[in-house]
Write a protein that binds this ligand. Structure first.
Ligand code: GSH
Length: 218
């Protein structure tokens, strides 16, 4: 079958970034359609019932929500494999992607958007706690002697988290957030991800994120 794949995306969006990375890691040819989120085209709204990027059009198949798009890509294009082989570790992968969506991201953006100085210190502690949970409950237990979530090869979990860490300079700039020194695996993970060809091909500068996140933070 001749595959026609179109990804509706927005450069600033960490969720669209996830699906771009998975498409590139798998070497899949695709058309990237940049969406102006303040003026969404009808064609995009036909595909994404939520009106959010990313959305994927694969021949006649219409999919949205980054985690679901990425699992779909994993099933349809299994090479290279981006989920662990064992059922238990696949379940762990899904737990950590859920953790990213439901805890890590929510609390990170609460910190960035907060302007109440009295709450700031507590919100920084909450995000630091997430870093330590990732360090100790995920990487220390699952990554063995490799730099990625599940060891030597990257997975959908790495692709789910990395876009948030690429945007980290905005948190550092506006909120003084740093990754604590007692998270060496996490620091190493950021570096390993930053060296991947897929990541380097579409990386944005710290200045880009600092500028684009200004309205959230100030
Ligand atoms: N849960 C969604 C989140 C996607 C999302 O929030 N996308 C934002 C841009 S980063 C968006 O399209 N916002 C447009 C809107 O809400 O109108 C996913 O994982 O795909």
């Amino acid at each position: 079958m001749n595959d026609a794949i179109e990804l509706f995306s927005a450069r600033v969006c960490p969720y669209a970034h996830r699906s771009r990375l998975v498409l590139m890691e798998k070497g899949i040819d695709f058309t990237l359609t940049e969406i102006d989120l303040s003026n969404k085209p009808e064609r995009f709204l036909q595909v994404s019932a939520y009106g959010k990027v990313p959305a994927l059009l694969h021949n006649e198949v219409e999919i949205y929500e980054s985690a679901i798009i990425n699992e779909y890509l994993e099933e349809v294009f299994p090479d290279p494999v981006l989920l662990p082989r064992s059922a238990a570790r696949r379940a762990y992968a899904r737990i950590w992607i859920d953790y990213c969506n439901s805890r890590f991201t929510t609390d990170s953006y609460t910190l960035l958007k907060n302007r109440d100085q009295d709450k700031m210190e507590r919100l920084v502690t909450v995000v630091h706690d997430h870093f330590r949970i990732i360090e100790n409950r995920a990487l220390a237990k699952l990554s063995g002697d490799g730099p990625y979530w599940f060891g030597r090869a990257p997975s959908l979990v790495d692709m789910a988290y990395y876009p948030h860490f690429e945007r980290f300079p905005a948190w550092e700039y506006y909120r003084g957030l740093t990754i604590p020194a007692d998270c060496p695996r996490l620091l190493n993970w950021v570096q390993a991800m930053g060296n991947r060809d897929s990541v380097r091909a579409i990386i944005n500068s710290p200045e880009y994120y600092i500028e684009r996140y200004k309205s959230y933070a100030t």
